[in-house]
Design a protein around this ligand. Structure first.
Ligand code: 5GP
Ligand code: MG
Length: 191
């Protein structure tokens, strides 16, 4: 892992190395698989009724790609695009749907897959709109969460890491669209 990364005008330092992310994905995959095997025996996950992973673009595509390989259940994948940052390092509070969802939610087991929950506004928005379509179940997984930044009450069922309220990049997360390909997570160097 390089000790410093420059993106545009900012400098980032190592925060969560790739090996730790890999281990966490194995744990989350196992936890998720066990959860769905235990809870939904009355309407089990089968090839006819697969778990629907809804990945929130763009940031969660790397996490999704790793996580899905550790979920031992029939899963289907769909994407939705949400944006609340518009290039800055702080959220604007306005959630925009940049790519619409093209899949029936009604009667499905849904697992929303997020990269990071910051203010919680994006996840709140998405959960509210999915609930209206009456899924069979609705759960959420997020690789990262910033508990101190939460502005709305929103439950995340499976969390990889709770982190401090700092801006991070890498492993799918960007700073002004760059840095998504870094294999670990880096944090803004405020020194
Ligand atoms: P929220 O709506 O919870 O405030 O923010 C959710 C979205 O904002 C995340 O899915 C992510 O795209 C973006 N975001 C929040 N915190 C960070 C961060 O520290 N780094 C990056 N790159 N994006 C973030
Ligand atoms: Mg996101």
């Amino acid at each position: 892992m390089p000790t410093k990364v420059h993106i545009h005008d900012k400098q980032f330092v190592p925060f969560i190395p790739a090996e730790k992310l890999h281990k966490k994905n194995q744990e989350l995959g196992r936890e998720i698989s066990e959860h769905y095997r235990a809870i939904h025996s009355e309407a089990p996950i089968t090839d006819q009724n697969p778990l629907l992973l809804i990945s929130v673009l763009k940031g969660s595509f790397v996490f999704l790609a790793d996580l899905i390989r550790h979920i031992d259940l029939p899963v289907e994948v769909e994407f939705i695009g949400l944006s609340s940052y518009h290039g800055a390092t702080e959220t604007t509070g306005v959630v925009q749907e940049t790519i619409p969802l093209r899949q029936t939610i009604h009667g499905r087991h849904i697992l929303v897959t997020e990269d990071i929950v910051d203010s919680g506004l994006s996840l709140r928005y998405l959960k509210d709109s999915l609930i209206k379509e009456s899924p069979l179940s609705l759960h959420t997984v997020s690789l990262l969460r910033k508990p101190e930044a939460l502005k709305v009450d929103v439950t995340v069922d499976f969390v990889g890491f709770d982190i401090e309220n700092k801006f991070v990049v890498g492993y799918g997360l960007d700073y002004q669209e760059l840095g998504r390909g870094l294999d670990g997570i880096y944090v803004l160097d405020e020194a």
